[in-house]
Write a protein that binds this ligand. Structure first.
Ligand SMILES: NC(=O)c1ccc[n+]([C@@H]2O[C@H](COP(=O)([O-])OP(=O)(O)OC[C@H]3O[C@@H](n4cnc5c(N)ncnc54)[C@H](O)[C@@H]3O)[C@@H](O)[C@H]2O)c1
Length: 256
């Protein structure tokens, strides 16, 4: 089964984009948005369903890989350059979450979260920058969270990984801007996706309900975050460097 994509305005015509975690939620919405705007997209996910979703679509190449591995980071960038000739945009979106208090969390569980959201982000950014620097242009957008700044019990690994994401974003932004490459992050609030389904069956319903705590009184749909990603990746954001742009319905500005 391949997905049909609507065509929009061609804002990203001629651009080559890698989106990680593209089989679900925000990554899926982001890959579809870039494709609709004319970009060539490499859609990476550890879940082989990415092949079914994107397999037959012109201009989108699925790639099955674990973002936490150095081999996937190298191969996905090589694939983008081989297939489409260059790399313009990387969206580091893939993540997973373990919801357990520290006393119940194994080292493997801790490492798996850090390896995806911190190490995987570093590896993909490093390989992408090697491809972008010769062009002296490009953009990287990382998907952060209000967990870049705030936390609650049970998410120590996830919060540590998103804190790392914020600091990797800022540090690499300083290194990359010398080459005309902008790196930023989106601080997403509650978004109705499958993120929590690894530990609760009602993950989507929980996110929809939890979103009502935000001043906007609802959770986001993935497309609302994809729109912010596209803005940060576009020339419209030409003066935005090293920012964590909050898209959280005001969750991070109110004292509850
Ligand atoms: N949903 C929310 O409320 C929310 C809030 C803040 C931030 N975020 C962030 O948004 C991003 C996307 O998550 P989502 O909410 O769309 O969740 P999701 O579970 O719907 O999608 C995540 C995708 O990442 C993939 N993935 C997981 N581990 C991977 C790995 N090792 N290698 C490659 N792919 C992997 C999954 O297979 C899945 O397709 C994440 O970075 C998440 O932390 C989500």
């Amino acid at each position: 089964m391949s997905t049909s994509f609507e065509k929009k305005n061609g804002e990203f015509e001629g651009k080559v984009v890698i989106v990680t975690g593209a089989a679900s939620g925000i990554g899926l919405a982001t890959a579809k948005l870039f494709a609709a705007e004319g970009a060539s997209v490499v859609a990476e996910d550890i879940n082989p369903s990415v092949n079914d979703i994107f397999g037959d679509h012109d201009g989108i190449v699925p790639f099955v890989g674990d973002v936490a591995t150095e081999s996937a980071a190298k191969e996905v960038v090589e694939l983008a350059v081989e297939r489409f000739g260059r790399l313009d945009i990387l969206v580091n979106n893939a993540a997973s979450i373990v919801y357990k208090n520290a006393v119940d969390m194994s080292l493997d569980e801790w490492n798996s979260i850090i390896n995806i959201s911190a190490t995987g982000l570093f590896l993909h950014s490093r390989e992408a920058l090697k491809a972008m620097i010769p062009n002296q242009s490009g953009a990287i957008v990382n998907i952060g969270s209000y967990a870049c700044f705030f936390t609650f019990p049970g998410i120590s690994a996830y919060a540590a990984a998103k804190g790392a994401l914020a600091q990797i974003t800022r540090t690499l932004a300083l290194e990359a801007i010398a080459h005309g490459i902008r790196i930023n992050a989106v601080g997403a609030g509650d978004v109705v996706t499958n993120l929590l389904n690894t530990f609760r069956d009602d993950g989507r319903e929980f996110l929809a309900e939890h979103g009502k705590l935000a001043p906007i009184k609802r959770a986001a749909q993935p497309e609302e975050i994809a729109n912010v990603v596209a803005f940060l990746a576009s020339d419209k954001a030409s003066f935005v460097v090293g920012a964590i742009v909050m898209a959280d319905g005001g969750m991070s500005v109110v004292i509850q």
